[in-house]
Design a binder for this molecule. Structure first.
Ligand SMILES: [Zn+2]
Length: 392
């Protein structure tokens, strides 16, 4: 089934030259093949830990959380034109050096940074997150910089980056491909110590090798067609913003008052609350119809299994993705609304194993089974809360 899927869906997750860990030095030295070349990588299952050795001979062991951030950096790199494998290595070296691949809050300068998912607190000036970016230097707001996906996009920079042209990301450094990777990382971070970054190059290479694998060839050459493979699942709404209202299963329809099967899980949240993609994937539908209202469908490969996630009832202006886009886990794809068959602002979430159009399972239970990040952040169910109409 995976093969069929590879043929039928859009866009390679990650492009790279003919690179392996051994070849990468050649690739780095040759800017001509730094851009996307035919062939692609997919992000595979994330291991529980990875041990590698720095240039100075220290042993570094990374846990699954750190490797999940690395996967985000790799996936975003794959979505950014001109980055390729060399740029991903530089980004990983920078994040390893700056934060040890941890999303660091900074409660000394920004107490509110602790309200976002984080891996600990550090208080270096006003730096935040994986790349230790500083709001006061113009890298972004606190909410933006507490988002790993945003930090990766800001690090890579370029015309599609959030800060173009300044502060400069990697693509904004002229001739970055010719620089030593440590110097390139230093140029983005504006740090005084290039050696610190160089020390982590072997670790960055090891991460890239462990987390990715070449996409199986379909013999067509050029753009391979791959759904990113992942094991990371996140809850689709920010912690503390939602309550469970209507679960999956038979219920009295809140509009017709007849017994009807509810194929999704409803989470009530304020109008405009951000909706996150539950996993890395590709948007296969983003549109507005009568009964669903706004509907986004994302196709994923989670732990080797094909899954479609459905997000319904956004207002038309609350849909922030288009068909064919690659999204990462936790990416802001829409805003909670109350369009279509709905009695109040909420997210109607469905999970369909096998992909679009296959029977739905209990989405809330699926999130629990997958250990979704942020699932403990909601309050318990209130029976009297707004009920949402499902799309089926
Ligand atoms: Zn519903």
């Amino acid at each position: 089934m995976l093969k069929k899927l590879l043929v039928s869906l859009a866009v390679a997750a990650v492009c790279f030259g003919p690179a392996t860990a051994l070849l990468s030095v050649t690739v780095l030295a040759n800017p001509a093949i730094a851009a996307c070349a035919p062939g692609s990588l997919i992000v595979g299952p994330i291991p529980d830990s990875l041990t590698a050795t720095t240039k100075n001979g220290e042993t570094v062991t990374l846990n699954r959380q750190q490797l999940t951030h690395a996967a985000t950096i790799i996936t975003v790199g794959g979505q950014t034109d001109g980055i390729g494998r060399p740029g991903m290595v530089i980004a990983l070296m920078a994040a390893l050096t700056e934060s040890h691949l941890r999303m660091l809050a900074n409660t000394g300068t920004y107490p509110e940074s602790a309200n976002y998912p984080n891996d600990g607190d550090a208080s270096d000036h006003d730096s935040l997150g994986l790349f230790q970016m500083r709001p006061q230097a113009g890298w972004g707001t606190v909410p933006e910089l507490m988002d790993p996906n945003y930090q990766a996009r800001a690090f890579y920079g370029g015309p599609t980056g959030p800060n173009y042209p300044s502060p400069r990301g990697l693509l904004d450094i002229p001739g970055w491909q010719q620089l030593d990777p440590g110097e390139a990382a230093q140029a983005v971070e504006v740090s005084a110590y290039p050696d610190r970054y160089q020390n982590y190059q072997p670790v960055a290479e090891a991460i890239l090798t462990a987390l990715t694998k070449p996409a199986p060839s379909t013999g067509g050459g050029g753009g391979e067609v791959v759904v990113p493979e992942t094991t990371r699942v996140v809850f689709p709404l920010p912690e503390g913003t939602w309550v469970r209202t209507s679960p999956f299963g038979w219920r009295t329809d809140p509009i017709t008052f007849e017994q009807a099967f509810h194929s999704g899980s409803d989470f009530a949240a304020a109008d405009g609350t951000p909706i996150y993609a539950v996993a890395d994937g590709i948007v296969t539908h983003a549109g507005y119809t009568g009964s669903w209202g706004g509907l986004i469908i994302v196709e994923h490969t989670v732990g080797g299994e094909r899954i479609a996630s459905y997000y319904a009832h956004m207002w038309e202006y609350g849909i922030h993705v288009t068909e064919g886009m690659t999204v990462t886990a936790g990416q802001h794809i829409g805003d909670v609304g109350s369009s279509g068959k709905s009695t109040g602002p909420h997210l109607h979430l469905e999970i369909r194993p096998g992909g679009t159009g296959q029977p739905a399972i209990d989405a809330d239970q699926w999130l629990t089974d997958k250990g979704a990040e942020g699932i403990t952040g909601g309050t318990t169910s209130r029976a009297s809360c707004t009920l949402g109409g499902g799309g089926s």
